[in-house]
Design a protein around this ligand. Sequence first.
Ligand SMILES: [Zn+2]
Length: 398
Amino acid sequence: MKVEKKEAFQPELRAKENPLFSMGGVGANTVHNNYTKGAKFSRRLRRARQRVVRKILKAKTGFAKGSLGKQIGSCREVNFTDVEMLRGEAAYYQGLVTCQNFWLCPFCSAKRAEQRREEVNGALAVARQDGKQIVLLTFTMQHRRGEQLAELLEVLQSAYSGMRQSPQFRKIQFCGLARALELTWGEANGWHPHFHVVAILDAESPEAALEAVEPLRAVWVDRLQRRGRDGAEDRAFDARGGSAAGDYITKWGVAEELTLSGVKEAKNGGLSQWDFLDRAAQEPRFAEIWWEFAQATRGKRLLQMNEDFKQLASRFEEVAGEPEVEPEFVMDFEDWSAVKDRQVKMLEAAESCADIDAARVAIAVAMHNRGTDRDLPLEPEGEVIEEKRHRKTEGFRD
Ligand SMILES: [Zn+2]
């Protein structure tokens, strides 16, 4: 089945215009010298974050054999063949080893999130075309500062499976479920692990879909109580439907909510994993928080789709494919090891001019300049202040 992208996911497409989106740098529209500032700075930021991640992991594990995150140390640094630089919408490299750590690696997690976002959007587009209803559910629980993340996660997961086995849950006609695990941390209440679930339902209207899932509220609170947890007067369960969620879903998009947790701001002064990683560079206690996060998420699934959901996603066909791009610069092993610490500068040089000959000169200059990517400022003066203001006023919930 072919779905016209534009018609099918208007709400999700709008998220691309969101300033947060370009802050995250995922899916930003970019053409050579027109490469957005947000995307450019987010690549620098990811590189800087990768250095902080490595530093913490090295201190904690010494990168011993089989230790957590060992491969992050070589992600996008080590090559397995000649390295090619290509200029598509943005400039990028081919031939580099990636770590595939979707929780901890700033690059791999962003790439994965973008793939997952497209997959979820595809499934939702097909579901809408089929006349189904979409509901976004959030499952949380009460927690206190000082509680261990691993323990909280265990309660959350077991309460969720308990709820799934309940007769009330089984009675609901779901046509697809996708569940994302999200973890934030706040000064007041410590760890805040929660699930976001996108549920696709066969229902007459958005209101009917919300009504169908409402019995889950009592079940969720009950399953928490059985584990000695409080549902805080039903607030642990939240359901939003197509129309009721209105602005919220339109601005941000269900798929973004599910897959781009690293990009949005956490609610109530909570910090996302990238927020506390950024603070870890200055304050050691945040490195400890990040390390707890790193250990607790090991082996955990970021996003889980059931078979029905995957089926819907598989019915979605991309209309436009990726344009073919020819490599414009090839580096062998020796070349690469000499310049890999300047790889971001070289990409920026490649993007600085649309004309290929001019770009080649710029790349050569960046290659032979002294200094490394560490010298790159992470925030342009003036510009980011503007973006930060946007982030505040958007007021996304977590
Ligand atoms: Zn990686």
